[in-house]
Design a protein around this ligand. Sequence first.
Ligand SMILES: O=C(O)c1ccccc1NCC(=O)[C@H](O)[C@H](O)COP(=O)(O)O
Length: 215
Amino acid sequence: MADPLIVKICGIKTQDMLDVAIAAGADMVGFMHFPRSPRHVSIDELGGLISAARGRIESCVVLVNPDNSSVAEVAALGPDWIQLHGPESLHRVEAIRAEAGVEIVKALPIGSADDVAQVAGFAEIADRILLDAKPPKGADRPGGLGESFDWGLLEALDPSIPFMLSGGLTPDNVADAIARVKPFGVDVSSGVERAPGVKDKKLIEAFIRNARAAV
Ligand SMILES: O=C(O)c1ccccc1NCC(=O)[C@H](O)[C@H](O)COP(=O)(O)O
């Protein structure tokens, strides 16, 4: 039997939407801790959300190029995962993983064959790899932009490297993405929102239903 698909709903800001994601059958939720994001939650809010998720669903805090004190502050809240979504180097990912004692998702932007060539090195160090669209020049944040990338670039990726796919996924395209790219997981934020930072119950349910039906 094929491995079950991991579905991550990113950018959850409220306990109500956390409950919706759990009831709809998500495997992981992401909480953004990055002030420029429309999905940003404060450290206090993070603590409440991580506690509410514990034992019910895996929680992942998304940070962008964090310093050691932010990593320590977040790790102390006890999330299952920290996602590094900035330009962190191999060395920095390794150091944060050792320091935090929390499993690490490394997000990598894909816009060219060179970007694909970087993936193998990070896959040796991070616990999980998430491939996302490369943000356009001038974007105020490196993710959560609803932009997809050329999935054909991933044909050059070593097929033994497992990865999660993100970037511009929606309830309408997730099944096609899974069929074409064969990721071991999918991640979505904008595609299940009715406005930036405002998640929609019906879209979350449709995304998970359509993703599950594709495997
Ligand atoms: O969501 C954000 O605002 C964000 C800001 C800064 C760094 C990362 C961010 N999101 C991380 C994610 O894992 C998103 O789910 C991923 O980029 C896909 O987003 P979308 O294309 O909107 O589905």
